[in-house]
Write a protein that binds this ligand. Structure first.
Ligand SMILES: [Cu+2]
Length: 125
């Protein structure tokens, strides 16, 4: 007996954007903290690099202005202020003796005009 092949027209249910509940986001991985020990920050092209630097307490951080414009590294809370760093290659150092998060900016190019021209030193034990 010859088998008949029935073509069944499947009803394609366009799974309407399967409103499955709570697409579970499991195992969210947090970004690892910035690498430790980097105590040198470059100021160039209206940015601090790295913008967030994590160091051990007691570390002396050195900022170097590698750009052609005058810049400063100035603590948002008045802890340090390099004043104008000129000429190109000028440096400023600050030793962090307490743990915490220390944001800073450039007084010549304030965050109100250069919102990405900011940095943070994170000091850990
Ligand atoms: Cu500047």
């Amino acid at each position: 007996m010859r088998p008949y092949r029935f073509v069944t027209i499947g009803i394609i249910v366009a799974a309407a954007a399967c409103g499955s509940s709570n697409s579970s986001i499991t195992g969210t991985t947090k970004n690892p903290p910035a690498p430790m020990g980097g105590a040198n920050i470059t100021i160039q092209d209206f940015s601090f690099t790295p913008a967030v630097d994590t160091v051990k307490v007691g570390t002396t951080v050195t900022w170097t202005n590698n750009g052609p414009s005058e810049h400063s590294t100035t603590s948002d809370t008045g802890i340090w202020d390099s004043g104008g760093l000129m000429p190109t290659g000028a440096t400023f150092q600050h030793t962090f003796s307490a743990t915490g998060s220390f944001p800073y900016h450039c007084t010549f190019h304030p965050p109100s005009l250069y919102p990405n021209f900011v940095g943070t030193i994170v000091v850990t034990n």
